[in-house]
Design a binder for this molecule. Structure first.
Ligand SMILES: O=C(O)CCC(=O)C(=O)O
Length: 251
């Protein structure tokens, strides 16, 4: 394994991440932040080459998630696999990182939230993953920002039958909403407990979520999507995740 050189600023980032299981960064130039909205709209308009998922809301049926778009969108492929994001992922992992999977959660006005969960039980093949939320829109409690628990990423917590964190454990946690501005990037460990409310506002709350693993464990992205597409097909397509964290009605 090749070690990653870290500066003093990197050290502070690593220390915060290790202690809390999450950390907020601002890695992009303004022109990149400005382009995010168009790039995400281009993916939303793609045909079923990508894995689109829709939900029924009071405002009608709308897109809630798209996955597996990196092979079909050059600018987003570069954003997620070259430059600052994989560099920060490598710093936080302490070794070179590779993209494991990617999704966009749209959470348009009226879109549903996510029950408290850890991502690790839904992720196959490797035990250690690192994800980030790249905010496309400003997010706050009104439009369903992420809420996290600090310092609880050392284990898999007891789960209910959906694969979400058991309700008594959820209630025992100290939940912290993390509002973020468009372009900010919230990194979290795949064992960091997180949840989010519905979008009760009239503003969209779109976010990109790339997930990385240590390159040493292999480039698993194709295998992940092959398995996921097979599991979705076997379940009749009525889910957006391999666990039951999504609180919306999938159509
Ligand atoms: O986008 C959100 O509000 C939460 C998403 C989430 O927790 C997930 O996709 O696992």
């Amino acid at each position: 394994m090749s070690a990653i050189q870290s500066s003093e600023a990197d050290r502070a980032l690593i220390d915060a991440f290790k202690a809390d299981g999450w950390v907020l960064t601002e890695p992009f130039a303004p022109d990149t932040v400005a382009a995010l909205t168009d790039w995400v709209a281009e993916v939303a308009a793609m045909d079923d080459r990508v894995l689109h998922h829709r939900e029924r809301t009071d405002a009608g049926v709308q897109l809630c998630r798209t996955e597996d778009f990196v092979p079909h969108h050059d600018a987003l492929a570069r954003l997620l696999t070259e430059g600052r994001l994989p560099a920060i992922a490598s710093i936080l992992l302490g070794e070179p990182a590779v993209l494991y999977k990617e999704k966009i959660n749209y959470k348009l006005a009226g879109g549903a939230g996510f029950s408290a969960h850890q991502d690790a039980p839904a992720y196959r093949f490797v035990d250690v993953h690192l994800s980030c939320l790249v905010a496309v829109d400003d997010t706050d409690l009104d439009n369903g920002c992420l809420e996290v628990v600090s310092g609880a990423h050392d284990r898999i917590h007891p789960m209910d039958e959906r694969g979400c964190i058991r309700s008594d454990v959820v209630e025992s946690f100290d939940w912290r909403p993390v509002p973020v501005r468009a372009g900010q990037v919230l990194w979290f460990d795949s064992r960091t407990p997180h949840r989010s409310g519905p979008n009760r506002s009239s503003r969209a709350r779109r976010a990109l979520y790339p997930t990385y693993n240590a390159a040493r464990a292999g480039d698993l992205r194709d295998a992940y999507y092959e398995r996921k597409r097979a599991e979705f097909a076997a379940s009749g397509g009525a889910r957006i995740s391999l666990i039951g964290d999504f609180e919306g009605e999938v159509v």
